[in-house]
Write a protein of this length. Structure first.
Length: 113
């Protein structure tokens, strides 16, 4: 069920996600909209769109979980057309992140699962 390969993938993706979230904490924010939201096994994948200075952009948010049910629930919480907060790099608006902690309770209620 939980092989060493899966555990290493989960651990590394979580560490990388946390580093990206910390580094982007001072980036400007924009309102975004979820375009697609799916779960594949223990991973939730979201595609979102956002606008900066009249220009349209898109980004991806991928999050791994211990359990497939948690990934599915997370994807359902961010169903298509859901409004989300997106942070983008001021000097390069194409670079963005959808931080879980910027989404309120909805984004963090599954932390650790």
């Amino acid at each position: 069920m939980f092989g060493i390969g899966w555990f290493l993938t989960y651990f590394l993706s979580t560490v990388i996600r946390r580093i990206k979230e910390r580094r982007s904490s001072g980036w400007p924010m924009s309102r975004g909209t979820v375009y697609t939201s799916t779960s594949k096994g223990r991973t939730a994948e979201l595609v979102y769109t956002y606008i900066v200075n009249g220009e349209h952009y898109a980004g991806e948010h991928t999050r791994s979980f211990w359990f497939a049910d948690s990934a599915s629930t997370y994807a359902e919480l961010f169903a298509p057309n859901a409004i989300v907060t997106v942070r983008y790099r001021a000097e390069q608006a194409l670079m963005s992140i959808m931080r879980s902690q910027d989404q309120g309770k909805r984004g963090t209620q599954l932390d650790g699962l």
